[in-house]
Design a protein around this ligand. Structure first.
Ligand SMILES: [Zn+2]
Length: 312
């Protein structure tokens, strides 16, 4: 959708909703969104094989002319199959980022900075040979340290090694929907997947609107968003639908590398425990923007009741 159509859509829907007094000027810029996908866990194949899932996700990105960022768990690229699947991302021009070798939780009180740093460097050995590898690091579970000492020590480590943090702005729980979908298909391979699609799109839109508004409150402007999602069956089936949905609502899809140029990604909020979405974390650090921020910001627990009700 070009700018002119976007403006027209806003004008029409404003009238239709009777919101004549709402000021949405012609200059209102569209929200922008990049796809960032975590884990590269291809081994849990159901309905689609690992190859089919890889092709489906890459095909959806290609048909929308979008370059994503894939944050790879090193051990998932530490085999012939893993290497071959990942090579296709590299060839297609997507960014490859570091997501540690073993996907441990840095907020675990038993996890030391030294052991965690070793796990990052171990992944780097696996990933650095890919031409599209960039020194972008994403914390597993978005957990950046349970103490100020661990948080600051790791920020120093990343800088010393030339890394930037590949923050998420729009956090969500796509993984729990995927988990429910896979359980369903293991029991009943012919099960209808449309209800999972509908719940997924609604959930992602709900979270996007929440973080988009929180972002404007925190930054006083639109940020370039990086939405969290996983290399899972859900996205193998519905990534294209998800991107279509955002476009149909007037959002602009952008490349991940462009999104990461937003200065919001260089912020270092001093909160403990550290982590979550960078928008959430900045809102928490101000202490004023939203006093009712939940912790963790996103969790499958929050979605359970609704999914149970829908029989998902
Ligand atoms: Zn992860």
């Amino acid at each position: 959708m070009n700018r002119r159509n976007f403006t027209k859509t806003i004008a029409v829907s404003t009238v239709a909703l009777g919101l004549g007094s709402l000021k949405l000027s012609a200059a209102t810029p569209p929200s922008q969104l990049a796809i960032t996908m975590d884990d590269f866990n291809w081994a849990n194949a159901v309905r689609l094989s690992a190859d089919e899932r890889n092709n489906a996700i890459l095909g959806a990105l290609r048909s929308h002319s979008i370059k994503a960022a894939l944050f790879v768990i090193g051990r998932n690229a530490d085999s012939e199959t893993g290497k071959n699947l990942l090579k296709e991302w590299d060839t297609a021009g997507h960014v490859i980022g570091n997501h540690t070798y073993s996907h441990r939780n840095y907020n675990d009180p038993r996890m030391t900075t030294a052991a965690y740093a070793d796990d990052v460097l171990r992944a780097e050995i696996i990933l650095k040979g890919y031409p599209r590898f960039r020194k972008l690091f994403r914390f597993p579970m978005l957990k950046e340290g349970n103490t100020a000492e661990k948080r600051d020590a790791f920020r120093s480590f990343l800088k010393q090694h030339g890394y930037r943090t590949g923050h998420v702005t729009i956090d969500n729980s796509d993984w729990i929907i995927d988990e429910r979908l896979r359980i369903k298909l293991e029991k009943d391979p012919q099960a209808e997947v449309a209800p999972y699609r509908d719940f997924y799109l609604k959930h992602m839109w709900d979270r996007a609107v929440y973080y988009d508004e929180l972002g404007r409150k925190v930054m006083g402007r639109n940020v370039k968003h990086t939405i969290l999602m996983h290399f899972n069956l859900l996205n193998g089936l519905f990534l294209g639908d998800l991107m279509d949905m955002f476009r149909s609502k007037g959002w602009q899809l952008i490349d991940a590398e462009e999104a990461f140029t937003d200065p919001v990604f260089a912020a270092e909020p001093k909160i403990v425990p550290a982590g979550e979405s960078i928008i959430w974390s900045l809102a928490k650090a101000t202490g004023k923007i939203d006093k009712d921020l939940r912790y963790p910001a996103e969790d499958g627990e929050y979605e359970k009741a609704e999914m149970d009700k829908l029989g998902l």
